[in-house]
Design a protein around this ligand. Structure first.
Ligand SMILES: [Zn+2]
Length: 482
């Protein structure tokens, strides 16, 4: 495998130097002299894609994609937008190997960097090599080509996945620095959470970054209403809608204050598209459903499925845009699996699975919300009542004791990753929803990759993550350093 990767890397450099673009070969993972020669013949026109839109559901195991589609079909009588893509004749679909430089299990920083700069870096780094090389991120290349640049997410806007397309830091936690880099690099549209890294009272240096952005002629918006009222001009825009990550969709749906003040991912996507499409040279935008990952880490089935559906709604907005703007390359994927949830067969003839799964539709709050209201002091009754308020499910006294023990640090699962309250609650709920988890961390699963539009023909059935950097820059005819 290592040898193969090296060959691919060498071939890619040669390929970029000679400029012999062969779309068809990129996905194959194998480069031969013959193939390279053939590529010169198969050379296609550069820059057919005016726009590149990259959608990433963070930490989406294949099971998560299934669960969201199942809920939408059973509840709304339609397919998810993602699964609808697979009815398209022009769809490219395959699996992608997301390994980072140091591990077969990637983190979001290394994953996004692999697409964002075309190099595998160590987990935790953002476009930053092992000898402190700073790899130019894709948004800079597109900006230098005169194209618009946008990042939209439900995490902090400075989080690892958006940062992988626009920043350079040795540690992903340097979110204050990332917020400064976005400004220095003049990206056009930035929407998400992350007040913690912009507000003078919350930043470690006491610096008011909002004023810096305003001085650089950005619209700065903090509330949903303001987002919709931004004039349709050519100014840049920063929208920050929460201190940390934007709240989970399920809590958003059921909390008035959130509904009034915080836009959905689909709404942010629409506004960003409206603004970026004013650039006649086109644009690149990354849209992240960032909290699917967090829900998976905490084995939170309501948090997971509702956020995946919110991400799916953003796919719907993008598909509509791409239909009106066919010179748009659309890529839809995830950066890694996480906790690999699945709907399990349960009961005689698996008869209980449907009924159990449909219960999730009625949930009012996430497990995250449940746990935020409990502590090691909580009584068995308090635990049971809080879970019932959030989910309508009456857990047994014995199950509540397990959760209480976990809070008190005396619960011992056979698989030690499952000791924490979030994992214990996740497994208690599995008895009632039939959805269970393999752990609480990222997984090495090859991930789902779908694409359509000009340049998507470069994507084969099995892709190495770094190849997507070439796919995007070549589709848009954007020059990169060798
Ligand atoms: Zn994660």
């Amino acid at each position: 495998m290592a040898e193969n990767n090296r060959q691919t890397d060498i071939a890619r450099r040669t390929f970029l130097r000679t400029g012999a673009a062969s779309a068809a070969l990129l996905g194959s993972g194998v480069w031969t002299t013959d193939a390279l020669r053939a590529s010169a013949v198969a050379k296609r026109a550069m820059g057919d894609a005016r726009n590149v839109i990259f959608l990433v559901s963070d930490g989406m195991s294949s099971g998560t994609l299934t669960l969201a589609d199942l809920m939408v079909s059973r509840r709304d009588g339609r397919s998810s937008h993602w699964m609808k893509l697979y009815e398209r004749e022009d769809i490219r679909r395959g699996l992608m190997d997301m390994a980072s430089r140091n591990s077969v299990v990637t983190g979001s920083a290394a994953a996004s960097s692999s697409w964002g700069c075309g190099h595998r870096v160590n987990n935790g780094r953002v476009n930053w090599g092992e000898n402190d090389e700073e790899y130019t991120p894709i948004l800079k290349y597109f900006r230098d080509a005169g194209k618009g640049t946008g990042l939209v997410t439900t995490t902090t806007i400075t989080h690892a996945t958006p940062a992988g397309f626009g920043a350079n830091v040795p540690q992903r936690g340097m979110q204050e620095t990332i917020a400064e880099q976005y400004l220095e690099r003049r990206y056009d549209v930035l929407l998400g959470g992350g007040n913690l890294f912009y507000h003078k009272d919350l930043r470690s240096d006491g610096h008011d970054l909002y004023t810096d952005y305003k001085n650089a002629d950005y619209h700065v918006v903090r509330k949903k209403g303001d987002l919709f009222n931004v004039p349709a001009d050519d100014k840049r825009m920063l929208g920050v809608f929460y201190d940390g990550h934007v709240p989970y969709t399920l809590d958003h749906i059921n909390t008035k204050e959130y509904r009034e003040n915080i836009p959905t991912l689909a709404e942010m996507t629409q506004i960003a598209l409206n603004r970026l499409s004013r650039n006649r040279n086109g644009f690149i935008m990354q849209i992240e459903g960032g909290r699917v990952d967090h829900a998976a880490h905490s084995n939170d089935v309501g948090g997971l499925i509702f956020d995946q559906i919110a991400f799916d709604d953003a796919i719907g907005v993008v598909v509509e845009f791409a239909e009106e703007n066919p010179d748009t390359l659309v890529i839809v994927t995830t950066d890694h699996g996480n906790a690999n949830p699945g709907l399990n067969g349960q009961g005689s003839g698996y008869n209980d699975s449907n009924v159990h799964f449909d219960r999730i539709q009625e949930f009012k709050h996430t497990n995250n919300w449940v746990l935020a209201g409990l502590s090691e002091e909580s009584t068995i009754n308090q635990i049971r009542e809080r879970i019932e308020e959030a989910t309508g499910i009456h857990i047994t006294g014995k199950q509540a004791v397990a959760l209480q023990d976990s809070y008190r640090g005396v619960y011992e699962a056979v698989y030690s990753m499952m000791n924490r309250p979030s994992q214990v609650l996740g497994q208690i709920m599995a008895n009632y929803t039939s959805v269970n988890w393999v752990g609480s961390a990222h997984t090495a699963d090859y991930v789902e990759l779908a694409a359509f539009g000009p340049g998507s023909e470069a994507i084969g059935a099995f892709t190495k993550n770094t190849e997507l950097f070439d796919v995007m820059t070549e589709a848009a005819g954007v020059e990169v350093e060798v």
